[in-house]
Design a protein. Structure first.
Length: 482
């Protein structure tokens, strides 16, 4: 069913002023506390500095670790190289000693078997000399040491070769004295110097590595302490933000609770005021209905009785001349009485008070069916007592009355159905038609829909309107029994 009527209404001055005061009171700020807390949560540029400092500390820690790793690896590589050089010098010395020992045995015994170590050491010595010379090129030893070592080794080998040759000619003597002994002493001295130089270099590399490790340790400690302080600062900042957010949430919750309480109070006040106005309006309608029944009813009834008396007293011949007008007068009086009865029923249906909601709705349906010719079906409980108060029954009757009025004016329906039922805790009224329907959004604010909805809200009930263009309308109102 289509709901018509005026869409907007101008509020009286006192209502506008009241509404303005209510809106002004409802539009409350959150307070200086919330504003101060929100201001305290705003970051400044120093948080960028903290972020940059944290990144710098992490990068410094990574660079320091990489540098310490590189220095340690260089030191280990240098120590390994020095150890290899020491091994080569030891191998050269051992080879010379083996050669010398073999020659000494040959000199004493004259047996060639003692020359095997001598012959085996010569290739080893010749192979070690170029490698030791290369070590000198890499600045492991002074060049003059290597040159002197080569000269002394060559001298020693010549002495040994000469001793072997002389022994073969049975002209040799013991190889314990002479230039061979002196050359061997020089070789031992040079190798000792070179080993001392290598050991000194290795000690230097080891000391440098230790210094690097100590520096890295202290750097790591400093960076770790800095990172810890930074983490503490960040944690303090996060904790402060958490507390600020908690305080803001608490303030907002308190503000929301206050506003909800204010809204509930205002809603209760408005509901009480509207209920009072509705009650006063119904009382005024009842008073008007009684006055119409008592005063106008008496006047119209008296006029009809007078007309009947006049009809009996007038001569029939004279009555024949005015019969048409007299009958019209009686008809108009009957129409007036019918109109008076309909107005009284609209103002305050007497059947509602005398027989209950079911009977009054049935009477309204019968009158509507007779006046419009539409198919109207009413389904109601057989028990006239629904167990609801008079105010609730009147509210449901007014909703049905308003719905039927809209059907009469706008719906263009062929059939209407009214269903009244009683549940365990509520009474349900449903009015549906097969008319043209309407757009719910377009008429949501009209007084017809708003009035019906408000009548239901007065008693904390539920109100539903379902309609669409060309699909008819369905209105459902439910009111609690108590």
């Amino acid at each position: 069913m289509t709901i018509g009527g005026q869409r907007h209404r101008r509020l009286p001055c006192h209502e506008c002023a009241t509404q303005g005061r209510m809106e002004a009171e409802m539009d409350l700020p959150l307070g200086k506390e919330v504003a101060q807390l929100m201001s305290a949560m705003r970051f400044r540029n120093w948080h960028h500095v903290m972020l940059a400092a944290g990144c710098a500390l992490v990068l410094s820690l990574l660079v320091s670790s990489h540098w310490q790793y590189a220095v340690s690896m260089d030191a280990i590589s240098g120590i390994k190289s020095q150890r290899d050089r020491m091994d080569r010098l030891d191998a050269l010395l051992i080879s010379l000693l083996d050669a010398e020992t073999g020659v000494r045995g040959y000199m004493v015994t004259g047996k060639d078997a003692y020359l095997e170590p001598y012959h085996a050491s010569i290739p080893e010595i010749q192979a070690l000399i170029p490698i030791i010379r290369k070590d000198a090129v890499e600045e492991a030893y002074p060049v003059e040491f290597v040159a002197g070592l080569e000269e002394k080794v060559a001298t020693k080998l010549n002495v040994l070769a000469t001793a072997v040759a002389e022994r073969r000619a049975r002209l040799g003597s013991s190889e314990g004295q002479g230039p061979g002994k002196s050359a061997m002493d020089d070789i031992r001295y040079l190798i000792g110097q070179m080993k001392q130089k290598g050991a000194s270099d290795a000690d230097g590399l080891l000391a440098e590595s230790i210094r690097a490790v100590n520096l890295t340790r202290w750097s790591t400690i400093a960076l770790g302490v800095g990172a810890m302080l930074l983490l503490i600062a960040v944690f303090s900042l996060i904790l402060r933000q958490f507390h600020l957010r908690a305080e803001i949430a608490e303030l907002l919750q308190g503000e929301n609770q206050r506003l909800e309480a204010e809204v509930s109070r205002r809603t209760a006040d408005l509901t009480a005021m509207a209920t009072y106005l509705s009650s006063v309006r119904e009382q005024e309608k009842g008073r008007l209905a009684r006055e119409l029944h008592d005063e106008m009813g008496a006047i119209l009834t008296s006029a009809k009785m007078d007309a009947s008396w006049i009809a009996r007293k007038i001569d029939p011949q004279a009555m024949a001349q005015i019969r048409e007008r007299f009958d019209r007068l009686v008809t108009q009086l009957n129409h007036g009485i019918t109109l008076k009865r309909r107005i009284i029923d609209n103002l305050r249906p007497p059947l509602l008070e005398e027989l209950g909601l079911t009977a009054s709705l049935q009477a309204m349906v019968d009158e509507f069916r007779a006046s419009t010719g539409l198919v109207v079906i009413f389904d109601g409980p057989e028990d006239a007592d629904l167990g609801i108060s008079g105010d609730r029954a009147l509210a449901l009757f007014r909703i049905a009355q308003e719905s039927m009025t809209n059907v009469r004016k706008y719906a263009q329906a062929r059939s209407v159905r009214i269903t009244l039922s009683r549940g365990h805790r509520n009474v349900r009224l449903e009015v549906s038609d097969d008319g043209c329907g309407f757009d719910e959004a377009a008429v949501a604010g009209t007084h017809g829909i708003a009035g019906m909805r408000y009548r239901v809200q007065m008693f904390r009930g539920s109100f539903v309107v379902n309609s669409a263009p060309g699909e008819g309308t369905r209105i459902v109102a439910e009111l609690p029994i108590v």
